[in-house]
Ligand binder design. Structure first.
Ligand code: FES
Ligand code: FE2
Length: 351
């Protein structure tokens, strides 16, 4: 059995998990502006109305199909460029210039939210679930900055498991640590893998932060909707937080945006410290991404011969396959998924 077979959601270029997906940086969308965004194969126009709220609407005007991102924002609605039909924030047609009363026409809108400097869109049939967050920072007021935006030649699921691929920390990143993860599902769409590592005396990175702690470093991942991963790393009194917000693009590849986060500290000094910490966190992130760059250009992921160290990866695959799947481009629910497909890999394969 292969995780690449069509009915498994994991590493599948034709389907993805119902959930929150990042669309664009908040600061790229000023009040009164509209942007064209292609998200999981579907074309949207995302605009910011006068109330400041970001509104995501299907791209094509129900009249003749003009792309609404060519149009103009008016109040909290949008007016199509072509024949000036206007749609409100719910996508209801409220004005057709040539008619006294608009026709009863509407266009689908999608829930949005803003978190960590990004606009997120709820891609799903049902009511939105929780927005991705760093578990330790759920109720914490934070400073954040956007890191790098990147494209990778592999599926977001495959990219994410890198962070729980225990063995490769030794072979690729040169961290002489023994890593054993414990997993816990926070809810059906979020799973954490946590570890308290020991050792690391020969590593540059560990030595860099060694003066700040005694012997232990926390390392914990939280995966949301199989596509956004939060990393928590560091000694008890100073945790670094990096979020990898990923989404699938054409051909099952990945477009990602990293977010660097630190809890708010008060006063000018706190502001200065946080700028330094955000910079330092970015360096930690760069250290890890650099080592893996080339392998993600060429990998054809298939886990045929798992070892004990791969257990977390198999758990993540199962977690992904248990979630509700939608179809690329149409965003329709994937039907006819047999139960056996949802439980790949079979428990017998898990060492
Ligand atoms: S295509 Fe939009 S108003 Fe005609
Ligand atoms: Fe890595």
């Amino acid at each position: 059995m292969s995780p690449n077979k069509p009915h498994s959601t994991f590493n599948n270029s034709t389907q993805f998990i119902e959930g929150w997906y990042w669309a664009l940086p908040s600061k790229e969308l000023k009040v009164g502006k509209v942007k064209a965004v292609t998200l999981l194969g579907r074309n949207l126009a995302i605009y910011r109305g006068i109330s400041g709220q970001a509104i995501a609407i299907d791209a094509y005007c129900p009249h003749m199909g003009a792309h609404l991102a060519e149009g103009k924002v008016e109040g909290d609605g949008i007016r199509c460029f072509f024949h000036n039909w206007k749609y409100d924030a719910e996508g209801i047609c409220v004005d057709i210039p040539s008619l006294e009363k608009p026709l009863s026409v509407c266009i689908k809108t999608w829930e949005t939210a803003e978190q960590y400097g990004l606009i997120w869109v709820w891609v799903g049939k049902e009511k939105p679930d929780l927005l991705p967050f760093v578990p330790e920072l759920e109720q914490v007021d934070c400073d954040y900055s956007l890191g790098i935006r990147f494209i990778k030649n592999c599926h977001p699921n495959v990219l994410l498991i890198n962070a729980i691929d225990a063995h490769h920390f030794n072979t690729v990143h040169n961290l002489p640590l023994e890593i054993v993860f414990e997993s816990q599902e926070l809810n059906p769409n979020a799973i954490t893998f946590s570890n308290t590592t020991k050792g690391g005396d020969n590593s540059r990175l560990i030595n860099l932060i060694r003066p700040l702690y005694q012997n232990e470093v926390t390392y914990s991942m939280c995966y949301w909707y199989g596509s956004t991963g939060t990393v928590t790393l560091g000694p008890d009194f100073l945790h670094f937080y990096i979020v990898f917000a990923l989404r699938m693009i054409e051909g099952g590849k990945t477009e990602g945006q990293t977010i660097i986060i630190t809890p708010k500290r008060s006063g000018c000094l706190g502001w200065g410290i946080n700028r330094g910490l955000l910079w330092l966190t970015q360096q930690v992130g760069n250290y890890f991404s650099k080592g893996d760059t080339q392998v993600f250009q060429t990998i054809k992921f298939d886990i045929k011969t798992p070892t004990k160290a791969d257990r977390s990866i198999l758990e993540f695959i199962q977690h992904v396959n248990r979630q509700k799947a939608l179809t690329w481009e149409t965003w329709d629910v994937v039907e006819n998924v047999e139960n056996s497909d949802r439980t790949y890999p079979p428990t017998s394969l898990v060492p």
